[in-house]
Design a protein around this ligand. Structure first.
Ligand code: ZN
Length: 406
């Protein structure tokens, strides 16, 4: 148990700085991360984000916490409906195909910590209940069959993205004559009969939920009014996460909805975000086939999670060499240790590795210290020191999700 000796520090977007991590319930972590919109296969940018949260959950588990990690799957969205239409596929067949592919890719990427994947389409009743309640409480209004969240009813709007109302007014998220104010966002959208595949009945007519309410329906149902960590790429801070806070806190009356907002940087190609709309995708499954899971995870962890990474194939190739070198040194260490050992990062030998990870998950520094230690130790004679190095290597495998057994 290392958490008593080395507490974890995390950068919290809500606070705007690094904070000591303290859970709501002792030794239990409730964690939610925004999952994919299932309209295509995962790309390397998704892979980078999900590997980071996997490492965070693995570290917390290693520190003795019970981690309840839920990820949502956005299967109800205009983008998915349009993509299924373009592919001339039945909507649900299309969605099932990409949902299965997503779960397969996550397995192949070694993401083992997500306890449950929750599909938005499984929570329509909860969404309807939350929306109705927001209307009753005066936080939402009906307009021509749509329902919008009334931002003026929630005084903390802008707290996560650090924007005042005048700045927010300059960034309307979607112009519509149905809204009282352009910063208001949709909770429910009515659909014409010809656009109703899929559609759900609601007190305001047939339609589909807004994107932001999907996550609050899933998290409030599973975690209650408050939980520990919410993650996602930093491009989701506004409006997605800002809207989530406003909805949840207005619905439950409990603040803060989430204690730690943890956001990852982007993977870019030639200065642009890797995304379907930019047309610069490298699919994760192709990356895994080409480089293997060890190399890809190493590559993702070589940059701090809050920094952007500019994708360059040469950097990935460099990582392949580094992983191979570490594997061969790690197997030499294992050969010299004659007992079966347990993973451990509490020893003096592991201090740099441990400190790097517990200081806002500094994986680049953790990898560097692991590499250096393995290089210095591979020819050492058996003894306490080598046992400790070996136990660190075993722990590193567990926490970083690497397989270092050559
Ligand atoms: Zn989300």
């Amino acid at each position: 148990m290392i958490s008593e000796h080395s507490p974890l520090f995390l950068y919290n977007t809500l606070h705007g700085g690094v904070q000591r991590f303290e859970t709501i319930y002792p030794r239990r972590v409730k964690m939610f991360v925004c999952g994919p919109t299932v309209q295509d296969y995962l790309h390397l940018g998704h892979g980078r984000t999900y590997v980071f949260y996997d490492v965070l959950a693995r570290l917390l588990t290693h520190m003795g916490y019970r981690v309840n990690f839920i990820m949502n799957i956005t299967d109800v969205d205009d983008k998915v409906v349009e993509a299924a239409g373009r592919a001339k596929r039945d909507f649900w067949v299309f969605v099932d195909h990409y949902t299965r592919a997503f779960i397969q890719d996550m397995k192949a990427l070694g993401v083992t910590t997500v306890r449950r994947y929750e599909r938005a389409s499984g929570y329509i009743q909860e969404m309807l209940f939350q929306i109705s309640s927001l209307i009753e409480k005066g936080h939402a209004y009906v307009s021509e069959g749509d329902v919008y969240f009334d931002v003026s009813s929630y005084p903390y709007y802008g707290q996560l993205s650090k924007q005042g109302m005048s700045e927010l007014m300059l960034r309307p998220i979607e112009m519509s004559s149905k809204k009282r104010s352009q910063v208001d966002f949709a909770l429910w959208r009515s659909m014409p009969p010809e656009g109703c595949d899929p559609c759900w009945d609601s007190p305001w007519g047939k339609g589909r939920p807004g994107w932001h309410i999907e996550d609050t329906a899933i998290t409030v149902s599973n975690f209650g009014p408050q939980y520990d960590i919410h993650g996602g790429g930093y491009e989701l801070v506004y409006p997605h996460h800002e809207a989530e806070i406003a909805q949840a806190e207005s619905f439950t009356g409990v603040r803060p909805f989430v204690r730690y907002w943890v956001h990852t940087g982007m993977l870019t190609v030639g200065g642009k975000k890797m995304s379907k709309s930019e047309g610069n995708l490298i699919y994760l499954k192709d990356g895994l086939r080409k480089y293997g899971v060890n190399t890809l995870r190493w590559y993702f962890m070589k940059t701090h999670y809050r920094s952007d990474v500019s994708f360059d194939e040469k950097d990935v190739e460099l990582c392949a060499g580094e992983v191979e070198d570490l594997i061969s040194r790690a197997s030499k260490i294992r050969e010299r240790v004659h007992r079966r050992l347990k993973p451990d990062i509490t020893s003096e030998v592991a201090s740099r590795f441990r400190e790097a990870l517990t200081r806002d998950l500094d994986t680049p520094r953790a990898l560097a210290s692991l590499k250096r230690l393995a290089a210095d130790s591979s020819n050492q004679k058996p003894g306490l020191y080598l046992n400790q190095v070996c136990r660190l290597v075993l722990a590193a495998e567990e926490i970083l999700g690497l397989s270092l057994d050559g």
